[in-house]
Design a protein around this ligand. Structure first.
Ligand SMILES: Nc1ncnc2c1ncn2[C@@H]1O[C@H](COP(=O)(O)OP(=O)(O)OP(=O)(O)O)[C@@H](O)[C@H]1O
Ligand SMILES: [Mg+2]
Length: 513
């Protein structure tokens, strides 16, 4: 889940060190550009902020696109210069551009730039030696890039593993592993510790999201319980992880549990642990999530689905700050901060006596409400472009942007599945696009089903008055979304009916004979 859509700070720092090292040997100014044509390191004149961007169709561009070393002996004379968008204002006299490669592809350029006649002469007298030297320095950056890519790949696999584990849990399969099983230890390490999401991973440009992020950053340092509200796919878990990592508890565990995905009997023992012999099958003693999270944070996801009996127990744990494993009468002190999340209407559930009001007040000390994507449309194209960068790397593609028609479609769509849905749509598009920008046709194809919906009357999301209505509504949606993948279907239906996944599966079992 932790994605470096942002530029990697480590890579930038190393680039700056390399630029300075080259400059100190050659006495020529250096600029390093990345694959997005951003100047990520520089010495000399280009350190000044007025020289922010690198011109289009410049020598740097040429070097990046062709992967060839490019020597400009006389700026303005070369064919390459004639195309350059910055030619009119160019203050350079000569330059040498050397590509930085990774996996055979140019991913950046190191340029030596002469700003006066002395530097120009030095460059031209030493072209061969300098190119050789700069190529060696470029290989250091290549090695760093490879290392960072390996870390990214690791994180991606971890994310896949987590999804797999979640879907295994959702289907109620149980995989038992010994506590000291090496694989289990690795799994725990990967699923919890290495997912170090920070607020920088929560991407946004809009004022609306900025305010939510600012508020979350402020409260992260407190010890108060936080209830995160928002529709499915808005980033509730992302926020929970960022809050934990920005808190004083960041070095301690972050333990997430989905209250809607686990059957009641299992959930109790998962949360509070059990002693050997507590129930049939309890052949060993096992700590619960609260004990595992001791000193850190527990994230109670889909809290609205916590059964009433467990709500009473949870309230007691919060009040007493201690837990008691099933089958034991020994109490254990625990120090855990509670973050919870829901996309359900908890206030309505309190009225229906499905959720305890006293627990609600305990959990909701600080409410954070994440708006649906349709309420911060300014972020749509920004997020889409960042996702393109990410999937370009995953699929080794080089999609440059989004066509006008596709942008319009993305902007008018209502995004019931929010940012997760946008991410899925872009993954689909990057994977299938054959041109160098995402076409409208591809996006239209992917959103077609949903467009039918937008044109029709919106589907009511209120609770049905009767069983029959509930049944009819549910079966209609199953039919409507029959062509979507299972995951998408579940997400879409849960979001439209405002129900949890657990409720979805209960209804599916009940109504689909
Ligand atoms: N602001 C954001 N920037 C980047 N990625 C985001 C953002 N918000 C959400 N995502 C991505 O969208 C997906 C869904 O996020 P997350 O799981 O946090 O949502 P959620 O609100 O917990 O959803 P659900 O209610 O369905 O559990 C994840 O892949 C996450 O990385
Ligand atoms: Mg979630």
């Amino acid at each position: 889940m932790n994605r470096s859509y942002k530029k990697n700070q480590e890579f930038i720092e190393l680039s700056q060190k390399i630029a300075e090292a080259i400059e100190s040997v050659t006495k020529i100014d250096v600029t390093i550009m990345d694959a997005e044509r951003d100047r990520i390191a520089a010495t000399g004149k280009y350190l000044e902020p007025t020289y922010g961007n690198i011109g289009e169709k410049s020598a740097f561009d040429y070097c990046l696109n062709t992967g060839e070393v490019c020597v400009i002996e006389e700026v303005g004379e070369s064919e390459i210069c004639k195309e350059c968008s910055s030619l009119e204002n160019c203050i350079e006299k000569a330059e040498v551009c050397v590509p930085i490669f990774w996996n055979g592809q140019p991913i950046g350029v190191i340029g030596l730039i002469a700003f006066d006649d002395r530097q120009k002469k030095t460059i031209l007298d030493n072209v061969e030696v300098y190119v050789n030297f700069v190529q060696k320095m470029a290989s250091l950056l290549e090695a760093k890039y490879g290392e960072l890519m390996a870390i990214e790949e690791n994180k991606r696999l971890t994310q896949k593993m987590r999804s797999l584990i979640n879907s295994v849990k959702r289907q109620n399969y149980l995989i038992m592993l010994d506590d000291d099983d090496e694989f289990k230890q690795e799994l725990l390490k990967d699923t919890n510790e290495s997912c170090e999401i920070t607020f920088n991973d929560i991407l946004s440009l809009s004022q609306t999201m900025q305010e939510v992020k600012d508020m979350a950053k402020k409260v992260a340092m407190t010890e108060s319980s936080i209830l995160i509200r928002g529709e499915s796919g808005t980033g509730k878990e992302l926020f929970a992880r960022a809050i934990h990592n920005a808190s004083r508890r960041s070095k301690k565990p972050f333990v997430a549990i989905n209250c809607g995905a686990i059957p009641e009997e299992l959930l109790e023992s998962e949360l509070f642990g059990y002693e050997k012999g507590a129930f049939t099958g309890a052949n060993i003693s096992k700590p619960g999530k609260f004990e595992i999270a001791n000193g850190g944070t527990i994230f109670l996801d889909e809290i609205a689905d916590l059964p009433l009996k467990l709500q009473v127990k949870l309230l007691r744990v919060i009040q007493e700050k201690e837990i008691c494993r099933l089958g034991s009468n020994v109490t254990r002190k625990i120090d855990v901060r509670i973050l919870s999340a829901t996309n359900a209407n908890l206030e309505e559930r309190i009225k229906l006596n499905l959720f305890r009001e006293d627990l609600y007040y305990r959990l909701n000390i600080i409410p954070i409400v994440i708006p649906p994507l349709r309420e911060h449309k300014e972020d749509i194209l920004y997020l889409a472009n960042r996702f393109i960068q990410y999937f370009n790397i995953q699929f080794q593609k080089n999609i440059k942007g989004i066509s006008k028609e596709a942008s319009e479609l993305l902007l008018t769509y209502k995004w019931p599945g929010n940012i997760r849905e946008l991410e899925n749509v872009i993954e689909f598009a990057v994977c299938l696009e054959t041109k160098d920008e995402i076409s409208g046709e591809l996006i239209r194809r992917r959103l077609e089903k949903s467009y039918e919906l937008i044109k029709n009357e919106p589907i009511a999301i209120n609770r049905p008055e009767s069983r029959d209505r509930e049944r009819e509504q549910f079966l209609n949606l199953l039919d409507k979304y029959r062509d979507l993948t299972h995951k998408e279907k579940v997400e879409r239906i849960c979001s439209e009916l405002n129900i949890s996944r657990a409720t979805y599966y209960r209804r599916q079992k009940k109504y689909r004979q």
